[in-house]
Design a protein around this ligand. Sequence first.
Ligand code: HEC
Length: 401
Amino acid sequence: MPAHLNEWLNLIIRWMHLIAGISWIGSSFFFMWMDSHLEEPKERSDRKKDVEGELWMVHSGGFYLVEKYLIKPGWVPDKLHWFKWEATFTWITGFFLLGVVYYMGGGLYLIKPESGISSGVATAIGLGALAGSWLVYDLLWKYVFANNAKVGSAVSFALAMGIAYGLSQVFSGRGMFIHIGAIFGTLMVANVWMRILPAQQKMIDATQRGEVPDYTPGIRAKQRSVHNNYMTFPVLFIMLSNHFPSTYGHTHNWLILAGIIVCGAGIRHFMNVKTPFSKAALVTSIAGLFGLFFYTAPPAPAPAAANSQGVSAEKVDFAKVQAIMQNRCVTCHSAHPTDDAFKTAPLGAMYDSPAQIKAYADKIKARVVDAETMPLGNKTGMTKEERKLLGLWIEQGATIP
Ligand code: HEC
């Protein structure tokens, strides 16, 4: 696909995905918030006798009154608004975005260069992981863990991290991260459509017939909505994670991801309920993020005398650095890229002149020396020695003539 068309497809779909995602997660946060702020009605007139709780709010020049009723036999409001299209639209746009960024374009963002798999195989693995995860998750929670949420959560988390580890063998860090995010997103949307909405519909149908609804599917549905609730923070992080190469570019990226998922869910737990345990979860999660900050830190530069890089500690000749940049980077990072897929410099980063290279020294260290996420998909075939040389040049102060 022409690079320019690809960029605009990416732009439009990403924009829609973000808007849909905000609408979905925003409305779900809002409902959670309302639920936790309901108060006993002040007066119990006839009309209000069944009100579970009420809430007054002010917004955009008016007062809003929300009254919560439980689903009871014999009465269904004439017009009901369902919240289902936000989730659906988020998934559809997300799926297309996954295709545009990761499955098309030869798997440049998706495949771990050393794994040597083709982009067709990588796509099949990715799609298989999405579908397979839902099947396994749904069956487990339907038949095995329905009454044992604690063990179920631990096993599900371990399975997710097993998938992360497995995918990290064939996918780039970004590719693996985004697939875990896409798996969580898929579980969330499938939960909405296949478990939560049908349960609500069944209860409403029963009340319409004047029967007392069977609340069991509702209880099961509640379990799935709790899962969705705890998956939101991790998913939101993953969707932003491609900006943070110290996470996905780390050698143990699946472990970093596991840590972030636990911390995200821990913070969410504190926002849901205020118990001694949830307070401890908050403190532990914040401490955990600090821990990850240190764990992902690049190694300290070795003392010049006993240089551990294995390269002689002699001053690196800038001409060598420039030659490497010219061969490995400038095909994309230039005012006039020659790459087949990138026609404008990615993120505006250009290395045509010595001053430009120097200005990017810190970022080059992060991407090329520490995380090794550049060149993208190692498309230009950069060697370990070249990475070491760039690292040494930066360590020595990144001087240019
Ligand atoms: C095949 C094209 C391609 C090649 C070759 C390539 N890059 Fe990149 N680079 C990208 C893309 C695309 C991005 C933006 C997406 C991302 O962040 O991963 C990027 C982003 C970067 C960034 C982040 C810039 C910022 O402002 O945050 C740095 C630094 C970088 N590349 C350095 C390099 C270096 C150094 C080389 C050569 C050793 C190189 N890249 C080779 C495509 C390439």
